[in-house]
Design a protein around this ligand. Structure first.
Ligand code: GUN
Ligand code: ZN
Length: 376
């Protein structure tokens, strides 16, 4: 259930009710590809850093440890000990980017496991069955994400196939949700808009999938090599054709600036590996700029990563200590940086929600962007 609470320009502030609790949007989902946030972050930690939704991947969990095993053990929530919402990506994107792909046919995709090389087939039905076995709160439709530079002779048939796949996903999800031993009989399904950087294909596809009355709609196939301006333009033309009274999810995006711009264009769900990946490399976000904690200048810096930050790293430790940990390759160094970065993103989303609530989004966005660009 999506309840639109407030609009400020095109920015939406909403509440999404699920069987695993209510999500306040705009929201940043924290990426735990294989049922863990990389960087030794536990689900206990997630409670402390304001995580609302955890995101895992169908493809990875199917390959290892196997979705059937996870179902046998009571589902993904019980397995990873996380009782709040989980969104699972469908496997489409990961198969195209990771696996020894790939034969794409009408039925689905044939590929090789990146773990042991074994041959695997995944189509819309298989993806829904796996996500049903995992029992996630929100399942994503099985789609093809065409390369950013693909020409329209490739993109149009690909998008048409993604639409047919979506119809099959919806049908299979309805069947699975009605079975006796299904873990989450209220599993939600989000469709995914594709069309590379072709306005007309994007718009036509958005209209077609909007008629299917799904629980939410994602814009996929962005942040795959096009410019930021092109991405914002695609959002400008596409989002108005998606239902306003449903979640709008921009997949795999992005930097804090990307998120601020996309919220301004009506997007309310996000996910991205940047905060965790950057954290693992000692790159940390602050309201004034990004710091590289490997830098010599932090050797004697006894301030926290960001003064005033209430994250588990900043409440206790200094830049100098974390720098030492990173240089000594102590796992704690990475962990603290990842915790800080996720807290930074989750806190920014909280600020975004407050700003929309107060009708102050334009000022908030301008000020935040200015500070992040102009440094300490
Ligand atoms: N993650 C980032 N982009 C995409 C996309 O286009 N499709 C899917 N399924 N996942 C994504
Ligand atoms: Zn911090």
């Amino acid at each position: 259930m999506y309840k639109l609470l407030k609009k400020d320009g095109r920015a939406k502030r909403a509440e999404v009710t699920t069987v695993h609790g209510t999500i306040q949007t705009p929201v940043f989902m924290n990426v735990g590809t294989a049922a863990a946030i990389k960087g030794a972050v536990s689900t206990d930690d997630l409670q402390q850093i304001k995580t609302q939704v955890e995101l895992s991947n169908t493809y990875h969990l199917h390959v290892r440890p196997g979705d059937k095993l996870i179902k046998e053990l009571g589902g993904l929530h019980k397995f990873m000990v996380w009782d709040k919402p989980i969104l699972t990506d469908s496997g489409g994107f990961q198969v195209f980017s990771l696996a020894g792909l790939r034969k794409i046919k009408e039925e689905g995709v044939q590929f090789h496991s990146h773990v042991d090389g074994r041959k695997i087939f995944m189509g819309p039905e298989e993806s829904m069955q796996i996500q049903s076995n995992l029992g996630s709160t929100i399942a994503m439709a099985f789609d093809e994400c065409p390369p950013a530079l693909a020409d329209r002779n490739y993109v149009q048939p690909s998008v048409d196939r993604t639409t047919r796949w979506l119809e099959r996903c919806k049908k299979e999800m309805q069947r699975l949700n009605s079975l006796e031993d299904t873990i989450n009989k209220n599993q939600m399904l989000f469709g995914i808009n594709q069309g590379a950087i072709f306005d007309d294909i994007r718009i036509d596809h958005a209209k077609r999938i909007s008629e299917m009355d799904l629980d939410g709609y994602a814009v996929g196939g962005l942040a795959v090599g096009e410019s930021h301006e092109e991405m914002y333009h695609i959002l400008d033309v596409t989002v108005p054709h998606l239902p306003e009274d449903k979640p709008t999810y921009l997949m795999g995006v992005g930097t804090p600036a990307n998120i601020l711009e996309a919220v301004d264009r009506g997007v309310d769900f996000f996910d991205c590996v940047y905060p965790s990946r950057n954290g693992r490399h000692g790159h940390v976000y602050t309201n004034f700029c990004k710091l590289n904690l490997f830098n010599q200048k932090f050797e004697r810096d006894m301030r926290p990563i960001e003064v005033g930050c209430q994250c588990p790293a900043c409440r206790t430790y200094s830049r100098a200590y974390i720098r030492h940990l990173l240089k000594a390759k102590e796992m704690l160094g990475m962990r603290l940086c990842v915790l800080h970065n996720l807290y930074f993103y989750n806190t920014m989303m909280e600020e975004i929600r407050d700003a929309i609530d107060m009708g102050n989004y334009q000022n908030y966005k301008a000020e935040k962007l200015y500070r992040m660009e102009h440094g300490e």
